[in-house]
Design a protein around this ligand. Structure first.
Ligand code: A2P
Length: 292
Protein backbone atom coordinates (compact mmCIF):
# COMPACT_ATOMS: atom_id res chain seq x y z
CA UNK A 1 0.00 0.00 0.00
CA UNK A 2 1.42 3.38 -0.97
CA UNK A 3 0.28 6.07 1.44
CA UNK A 4 -0.31 9.34 -0.46
CA UNK A 5 1.58 12.49 0.50
CA UNK A 6 0.44 16.03 1.19
CA UNK A 7 2.47 19.11 0.30
CA UNK A 8 3.51 21.31 3.22
CA UNK A 9 3.59 25.10 2.82
CA UNK A 10 7.31 24.97 1.92
CA UNK A 11 6.76 22.39 -0.84
CA UNK A 12 7.99 19.38 1.16
CA UNK A 13 5.95 16.20 0.64
CA UNK A 14 4.79 14.55 3.89
CA UNK A 15 2.89 11.24 4.08
CA UNK A 16 -0.82 11.67 4.73
CA UNK A 17 -0.69 9.08 7.54
CA UNK A 18 2.23 8.60 9.92
CA UNK A 19 3.15 6.02 12.51
CA UNK A 20 3.23 7.21 16.13
CA UNK A 21 5.71 5.38 18.34
CA UNK A 22 4.87 6.92 21.74
CA UNK A 23 4.26 4.17 24.31
CA UNK A 24 5.71 1.45 22.07
CA UNK A 25 8.89 1.30 24.15
CA UNK A 26 12.07 0.06 22.54
CA UNK A 27 11.90 -3.72 22.96
CA UNK A 28 10.37 -6.60 21.02
CA UNK A 29 6.91 -5.00 20.68
CA UNK A 30 8.52 -1.89 19.22
CA UNK A 31 10.45 -3.90 16.61
CA UNK A 32 7.40 -5.97 15.64
CA UNK A 33 5.34 -2.82 15.22
CA UNK A 34 8.01 -1.02 13.19
CA UNK A 35 8.35 -4.00 10.85
CA UNK A 36 4.59 -4.18 10.36
CA UNK A 37 4.43 -0.45 9.74
CA UNK A 38 7.13 -0.52 7.07
CA UNK A 39 5.63 -3.59 5.40
CA UNK A 40 2.27 -1.88 5.20
CA UNK A 41 3.66 1.23 3.57
CA UNK A 42 4.11 3.69 6.45
CA UNK A 43 7.05 5.98 5.72
CA UNK A 44 6.52 8.70 8.33
CA UNK A 45 7.68 7.93 11.86
CA UNK A 46 7.04 10.27 14.75
CA UNK A 47 9.16 10.02 17.88
CA UNK A 48 10.49 12.25 20.69
CA UNK A 49 13.24 11.96 23.30
CA UNK A 50 10.57 11.40 25.94
CA UNK A 51 9.25 8.27 24.19
CA UNK A 52 12.55 6.53 24.96
CA UNK A 53 12.89 5.08 21.49
CA UNK A 54 14.40 7.93 19.52
CA UNK A 55 17.72 6.07 19.12
CA UNK A 56 15.94 2.80 18.25
CA UNK A 57 13.78 4.52 15.63
CA UNK A 58 16.95 5.87 14.01
CA UNK A 59 18.73 2.54 14.21
CA UNK A 60 15.76 0.63 12.82
CA UNK A 61 15.20 3.00 9.92
CA UNK A 62 18.89 3.18 9.04
CA UNK A 63 18.95 -0.59 8.70
CA UNK A 64 15.55 -1.15 7.11
CA UNK A 65 16.64 -1.11 3.47
CA UNK A 66 14.33 1.73 2.43
CA UNK A 67 16.25 4.66 0.91
CA UNK A 68 16.55 7.54 3.40
CA UNK A 69 14.85 9.99 1.02
CA UNK A 70 11.71 7.82 0.99
CA UNK A 71 11.39 8.07 4.78
CA UNK A 72 9.95 10.99 6.73
CA UNK A 73 11.42 11.14 10.23
CA UNK A 74 10.14 13.45 12.96
CA UNK A 75 11.42 14.12 16.44
CA UNK A 76 10.88 16.89 18.98
CA UNK A 77 12.54 19.48 21.17
CA UNK A 78 12.40 18.68 24.91
CA UNK A 79 10.65 21.16 27.20
CA UNK A 80 13.86 21.95 29.08
CA UNK A 81 15.68 23.10 25.93
CA UNK A 82 13.84 26.23 24.81
CA UNK A 83 16.81 28.58 25.24
CA UNK A 84 18.37 29.38 21.85
CA UNK A 85 21.67 27.57 22.33
CA UNK A 86 19.94 24.65 24.08
CA UNK A 87 17.66 24.19 21.08
CA UNK A 88 20.63 23.99 18.73
CA UNK A 89 22.34 21.50 21.04
CA UNK A 90 19.18 19.41 21.42
CA UNK A 91 18.92 19.14 17.64
CA UNK A 92 22.52 17.90 17.39
CA UNK A 93 21.83 15.43 20.19
CA UNK A 94 18.74 14.12 18.40
CA UNK A 95 20.67 13.56 15.16
CA UNK A 96 23.45 11.87 17.10
CA UNK A 97 21.01 9.58 18.96
CA UNK A 98 19.28 8.64 15.74
CA UNK A 99 22.46 8.31 13.68
CA UNK A 100 21.03 10.61 11.01
CA UNK A 101 22.49 13.55 9.16
CA UNK A 102 19.21 15.41 8.72
CA UNK A 103 15.63 15.30 9.99
CA UNK A 104 12.48 15.66 7.92
CA UNK A 105 10.57 17.45 10.65
CA UNK A 106 11.62 18.93 13.99
CA UNK A 107 8.90 20.15 16.36
CA UNK A 108 8.86 22.14 19.61
CA UNK A 109 7.12 19.49 21.73
CA UNK A 110 5.15 21.82 24.06
CA UNK A 111 4.94 25.61 24.34
CA UNK A 112 5.60 25.66 28.14
CA UNK A 113 4.09 29.16 28.49
CA UNK A 114 5.21 29.47 32.13
CA UNK A 115 8.83 29.52 30.92
CA UNK A 116 7.88 31.68 27.93
CA UNK A 117 10.87 30.93 25.73
CA UNK A 118 9.27 29.06 22.86
CA UNK A 119 9.74 32.04 20.54
CA UNK A 120 13.46 31.95 21.37
CA UNK A 121 13.49 28.24 20.52
CA UNK A 122 11.75 29.12 17.26
CA UNK A 123 14.62 31.42 16.25
CA UNK A 124 16.98 28.47 16.62
CA UNK A 125 14.60 26.23 14.66
CA UNK A 126 14.65 28.82 11.86
CA UNK A 127 18.47 28.74 11.85
CA UNK A 128 18.48 24.93 11.56
CA UNK A 129 15.96 25.13 8.73
CA UNK A 130 17.94 27.79 6.85
CA UNK A 131 21.06 25.65 7.20
CA UNK A 132 19.06 22.81 5.57
CA UNK A 133 19.66 20.49 8.48
CA UNK A 134 15.92 19.84 8.68
CA UNK A 135 13.42 19.84 5.80
CA UNK A 136 10.47 21.23 7.75
CA UNK A 137 10.00 22.83 11.17
CA UNK A 138 6.96 23.08 13.33
CA UNK A 139 5.42 23.09 16.75
CA UNK A 140 3.34 20.71 18.79
CA UNK A 141 0.53 21.35 21.26
CA UNK A 142 0.59 25.07 20.42
CA UNK A 143 -2.64 26.96 21.02
CA UNK A 144 -3.66 30.08 19.14
CA UNK A 145 -1.84 32.63 21.40
CA UNK A 146 1.39 30.63 21.17
CA UNK A 147 1.12 30.41 17.40
CA UNK A 148 0.31 34.10 17.21
CA UNK A 149 3.47 34.93 19.13
CA UNK A 150 5.53 32.86 16.67
CA UNK A 151 3.81 34.60 13.76
CA UNK A 152 4.53 38.01 15.34
CA UNK A 153 8.16 37.42 16.33
CA UNK A 154 9.39 34.80 13.87
CA UNK A 155 10.23 34.94 10.20
CA UNK A 156 9.14 31.47 9.13
CA UNK A 157 5.57 30.26 9.64
CA UNK A 158 5.58 26.76 11.20
CA UNK A 159 4.83 24.14 8.60
CA UNK A 160 3.15 21.81 11.12
CA UNK A 161 1.29 21.94 14.45
CA UNK A 162 0.91 18.50 16.03
CA UNK A 163 -2.06 18.37 18.38
CA UNK A 164 -4.14 16.02 20.47
CA UNK A 165 -7.23 15.88 18.27
CA UNK A 166 -9.94 13.35 17.42
CA UNK A 167 -13.75 13.31 17.13
CA UNK A 168 -14.07 13.84 20.91
CA UNK A 169 -11.64 16.79 20.82
CA UNK A 170 -12.05 18.45 17.45
CA UNK A 171 -10.35 21.77 18.43
CA UNK A 172 -12.05 23.24 15.39
CA UNK A 173 -11.15 26.93 15.96
CA UNK A 174 -7.48 26.04 16.37
CA UNK A 175 -7.53 23.82 13.25
CA UNK A 176 -9.17 26.67 11.33
CA UNK A 177 -6.50 29.09 12.55
CA UNK A 178 -3.79 26.67 11.38
CA UNK A 179 -5.47 26.26 7.99
CA UNK A 180 -5.69 30.05 7.55
CA UNK A 181 -1.92 30.25 8.03
CA UNK A 182 -1.01 27.24 5.91
CA UNK A 183 0.01 25.19 8.96
CA UNK A 184 -0.68 21.47 8.49
CA UNK A 185 -2.28 19.84 11.54
CA UNK A 186 -0.99 16.43 12.56
CA UNK A 187 -3.16 14.73 15.18
CA UNK A 188 -1.92 12.59 18.03
CA UNK A 189 -4.42 10.32 19.82
CA UNK A 190 -6.30 10.19 16.49
CA UNK A 191 -8.16 7.10 17.72
CA UNK A 192 -9.10 8.79 20.97
CA UNK A 193 -6.05 7.50 22.82
CA UNK A 194 -5.94 4.71 25.42
CA UNK A 195 -9.05 2.88 26.60
CA UNK A 196 -8.81 4.48 30.03
CA UNK A 197 -7.78 7.91 31.32
CA UNK A 198 -4.06 8.57 31.64
CA UNK A 199 -2.84 8.18 35.21
CA UNK A 200 -2.23 11.82 36.20
CA UNK A 201 -5.44 13.05 34.58
CA UNK A 202 -8.44 11.24 36.13
CA UNK A 203 -11.84 11.82 34.53
CA UNK A 204 -15.51 11.12 35.21
CA UNK A 205 -17.78 9.83 32.45
CA UNK A 206 -14.89 8.43 30.44
CA UNK A 207 -15.97 7.12 27.04
CA UNK A 208 -14.00 5.09 24.52
CA UNK A 209 -14.13 6.70 21.08
CA UNK A 210 -13.68 3.37 19.30
CA UNK A 211 -16.77 1.97 21.10
CA UNK A 212 -18.90 4.97 20.21
CA UNK A 213 -22.06 3.76 18.43
CA UNK A 214 -21.83 6.59 15.87
CA UNK A 215 -18.25 5.68 14.94
CA UNK A 216 -19.10 1.98 14.79
CA UNK A 217 -22.17 2.54 12.63
CA UNK A 218 -20.46 4.87 10.17
CA UNK A 219 -17.46 2.54 9.88
CA UNK A 220 -19.69 -0.53 9.41
CA UNK A 221 -21.55 1.13 6.53
CA UNK A 222 -18.30 0.88 4.55
CA UNK A 223 -17.20 -2.48 5.97
CA UNK A 224 -14.68 -0.60 8.12
CA UNK A 225 -13.94 -0.26 11.84
CA UNK A 226 -14.57 2.75 14.09
CA UNK A 227 -10.79 3.35 14.00
CA UNK A 228 -10.78 3.52 10.21
CA UNK A 229 -13.72 5.94 10.30
CA UNK A 230 -11.85 8.17 12.79
CA UNK A 231 -8.74 8.20 10.59
CA UNK A 232 -10.76 8.96 7.47
CA UNK A 233 -12.50 11.80 9.34
CA UNK A 234 -9.04 13.27 10.05
CA UNK A 235 -7.85 12.98 6.46
CA UNK A 236 -11.04 14.45 5.02
CA UNK A 237 -10.49 17.38 7.42
CA UNK A 238 -6.93 17.88 6.04
CA UNK A 239 -5.37 16.50 9.20
CA UNK A 240 -2.52 13.95 9.16
CA UNK A 241 -3.13 11.21 11.75
CA UNK A 242 -0.27 9.36 13.45
CA UNK A 243 -2.09 6.32 14.90
CA UNK A 244 -0.15 4.17 17.32
CA UNK A 245 -0.60 0.44 17.44
CA UNK A 246 1.49 -2.49 18.59
CA UNK A 247 -0.68 -4.96 16.69
CA UNK A 248 0.28 -5.83 13.06
CA UNK A 249 -3.32 -6.35 11.93
CA UNK A 250 -4.43 -3.02 13.39
CA UNK A 251 -1.34 -1.33 11.90
CA UNK A 252 -2.42 -2.66 8.49
CA UNK A 253 -6.02 -1.61 9.06
CA UNK A 254 -5.05 1.94 10.02
CA UNK A 255 -3.77 2.76 6.54
CA UNK A 256 -6.41 0.75 4.66
CA UNK A 257 -8.72 3.73 4.40
CA UNK A 258 -8.46 4.74 0.77
CA UNK A 259 -11.42 2.82 -0.63
CA UNK A 260 -14.24 4.80 0.95
CA UNK A 261 -15.27 8.43 1.48
CA UNK A 262 -17.37 9.80 4.32
CA UNK A 263 -20.32 11.91 3.23
CA UNK A 264 -20.68 15.52 4.42
CA UNK A 265 -23.53 14.33 6.68
CA UNK A 266 -21.33 11.65 8.23
CA UNK A 267 -18.49 14.13 8.75
CA UNK A 268 -20.96 16.45 10.50
CA UNK A 269 -22.29 13.61 12.63
CA UNK A 270 -18.75 12.76 13.72
CA UNK A 271 -18.02 16.44 14.42
CA UNK A 272 -21.05 16.52 16.69
CA UNK A 273 -19.40 13.95 18.99
CA UNK A 274 -16.99 16.65 20.12
CA UNK A 275 -17.11 17.37 23.85
CA UNK A 276 -13.61 18.85 24.22
CA UNK A 277 -12.43 15.67 25.91
CA UNK A 278 -8.69 16.03 26.42
CA UNK A 279 -6.77 13.02 27.76
CA UNK A 280 -3.26 14.45 27.62
CA UNK A 281 -1.91 17.47 29.46
CA UNK A 282 -3.34 20.96 29.03
CA UNK A 283 -0.78 22.72 26.79
CA UNK A 284 -1.61 26.07 28.41
CA UNK A 285 -0.29 24.99 31.80
CA UNK A 286 1.90 21.96 31.12
CA UNK A 287 5.48 22.61 32.22
CA UNK A 288 6.98 19.23 33.02
CA UNK A 289 10.67 19.65 32.30
CA UNK A 290 11.24 15.90 32.04
CA UNK A 291 9.02 15.79 29.01
CA UNK A 292 9.94 16.25 25.45
P1 A2P B 1 -2.96 -1.50 20.23
O1 A2P B 1 -1.53 -1.00 20.32
O2 A2P B 1 -3.20 -2.69 21.08
O3 A2P B 1 -3.42 -1.66 18.79
P2 A2P B 1 -4.08 6.50 19.47
O4 A2P B 1 -3.41 6.34 18.15
O5 A2P B 1 -5.29 7.36 19.48
O6 A2P B 1 -3.10 6.82 20.56
O7 A2P B 1 -4.71 5.09 19.84
C1 A2P B 1 -3.93 4.07 20.21
C2 A2P B 1 -4.77 3.05 20.90
O8 A2P B 1 -5.70 2.47 20.01
C3 A2P B 1 -3.90 1.95 21.39
O9 A2P B 1 -4.45 1.51 22.60
C4 A2P B 1 -4.00 0.90 20.29
O10 A2P B 1 -3.86 -0.37 20.88
C5 A2P B 1 -5.41 1.09 19.80
N1 A2P B 1 -5.59 0.86 18.36
C6 A2P B 1 -4.75 1.21 17.37
N2 A2P B 1 -5.29 0.89 16.19
C7 A2P B 1 -6.48 0.34 16.44
C8 A2P B 1 -7.53 -0.18 15.63
N3 A2P B 1 -7.45 -0.19 14.29
N4 A2P B 1 -8.61 -0.69 16.25
C9 A2P B 1 -8.72 -0.69 17.59
N5 A2P B 1 -7.78 -0.20 18.40
C10 A2P B 1 -6.68 0.31 17.84
Amino acid sequence: MKIPTVTLSNGVEMPEIGFGVAALGNGKAFHTAMEAALENGYRMFDTAPFYENEAEVGEFLRGCGIPRQELFITTKLPNACHAYEDTLKAFDTALEHMGLDYLDLFLIHFPVPSVGKYHEAWKAMEKLYREKRVRAIGVSNFQEPHLQKILDTGEIVPQVNELECNPYLTVRPLCNFCAEHGIRVVNWFPLGGPREPLVPYPMDDFKVLLDDPVMLRIGAKYGKSAAQAALKWAIQNHITPIPKSSNPERIRQNCDIYDFTLTPEELAEIDALNHDRRLGPDPNTFDDMEMG
